[in-house]
Design a protein around this ligand. Structure first.
Ligand code: UT7
Length: 362
């Protein structure tokens, strides 16, 4: 019998410290008016812990929500651009911390699209019958790699994300199909050249994470890339646009989401928009949006969801998800992040000071 991979558990983690647009305006030449009108962002969360700690909390919440034992998990895929370290991978840390004694794990980085790409890989492995239960994480600590001297990019991002549990079923539920794609000749539109082995033997003084960014290039190619992926997916699955109950897109910019929804003929009443409270959490946006949509009661049993995503590469993708019967958690986890005794501005102060040193002033 054909297998599917139902999403039976979900959990998010947004760190407590909040950095508002007005906080940003205290140290760089920007304003709440500029940021909100161009992006729809009002605030972002800033992590006082590593990416793996937030992922551990989100994973425990997803496991409790699913009502399973961690020992049932066969595979953990950790979608992120901001792992604590490259070797060993971060998924192995999560496998150990949650006590998933029968699981293995790997990290997956396709930039902001990493959660959907990881969801697709895990779903296909369940469909193929090689595993039965998977934990898929989309989590970022983008604040570590922000260049606070670049106001066009640093105001856009935030920390946080979520995790889901997938389990094999005979019912046509979960990620039914996905279209993953890449927009050619746009690799330089978003680049983080300091992150990777090119820098391995450079002087420490040369270590400086700086996000190179062509905002308008990204804006137009992201919309086209996501629209093409959605259209191709709907055609391939014989799905009419009217059959889509709810749209959960990557949360990078409210204007990108509004333009895409309009082109897809989906009214904003049926679109999840939460970029205002989190900013762009890269691989974390879709699981965060899914969790909030469920908490807000916007995802109902049996709904057909469309998701769409883009990120550096430019990698793009779209997915069709049939939700199951349950839209509430089976149980809540009592796992929490360690207490945070700093404000968001205090957490990022060393990085602001490094940017001031590099650029002279901000
Ligand atoms: O996963 C990757 C996510 N990346 C994205 O989603 C980026 C997609 N692109 C965008 O969202 C938009 O292009 C931005 C929000 C980044 C920029 O909006 P824009 O309408 O394309 O503005 P712009 O780049 O054309 O800049 C307009 C002006 C410039 O000043 P001048 O040259 O007109 O005097 C910028 O220097 O806005 C200035 N500016 C700012 N002003 C205040 C750029 N950043 C800021 C800022 N605060 N933070």
């Amino acid at each position: 019998m054909k297998k599917y991979a139902e999403i039976i558990g979900w959990g998010k983690c947004a760190p407590p410290a909040i950095l508002t647009n007005n906080d940003l305006a205290t140290f760089m030449d920007t304003s709440d008016e500029w940021i909100y009108s161009r992006t729809g962002i009002k605030q972002r969360h800033i992590a006082h812990v590593p990416c793996s700690e937030m992922s551990y909390v989100a994973s425990e919440r997803a496991i409790a929500c699913a009502g399973i034992d961690a020992k049932e998990i066969d595979l953990v895929i950790f979608g992120t651009n901001s792992p604590d370290q490259m070797v060993p991978n971060s998924a192995s840390l999560i496998v150990n911390r949650i006590g998933a004694t029968h699981a293995t794990g790997f990290d997956l980085n396709s930039a902001c699209t990493s959660f959907l790409y990881a969801l697709n890989v895990a779903t296909d492995m369940i469909k193929a019958g090689s595993i039965k239960t998977a934990l898929v994480i989309g989590m970022e600590k983008t604040s570590t790699i922000m260049d606070w001297g670049k106001r066009d990019s640093s105001v856009l991002f935030g920390d946080g994300g979520g995790a889901v549990i997938l389990q094999a079923t005979d019912e046509a539920l979960g990620l039914l199909d996905a279209k993953l794609s890449l927009v050619m000749d746009t690799r330089e539109a978003i680049e983080l050249p300091g992150l990777g082995m090119n820098m391995t033997h450079k002087e420490m003084s040369e270590f400086y994470y700086s996000l190179n960014f062509l905002g308008q290039e990204v804006f137009k190619n992201a919309i086209k890339g996501m629209q093409d992926a959605c259209t191709s997916l709907l055609e391939r699955t014989n799905t009419a646009q009217e059959e889509i109950d709810f749209f959960v897109p990557h949360q990078a910019n409210a204007r990108i989401i509004q333009t895409l929804a309009k082109r897809m003929g989906i009214g904003m009443d049926n679109v999840m928009l939460c970029v205002e409270r989190y900013g762009n959490t890269s691989a974390g946006t879709i699981p965060l949006a899914l969790c909030d949509a469920l908490t807000e009661g916007r995802i109902k049993p049996g709904m057909l969801l469309l998701t769409a995503t883009f990120g550096a590469g430019l990698t793009c993708g779209a997915g069709l998800i049939r939700w199951g019967k349950r839209v509430t958690p089976i149980a809540e986890s009592d796992v929490q992040l360690p207490i945070c005794d700093k404000t968001a501005l205090e957490i990022i102060r060393p990085a602001i000071d490094a940017a001031k040193k590099r650029y002279g002033k901000l």
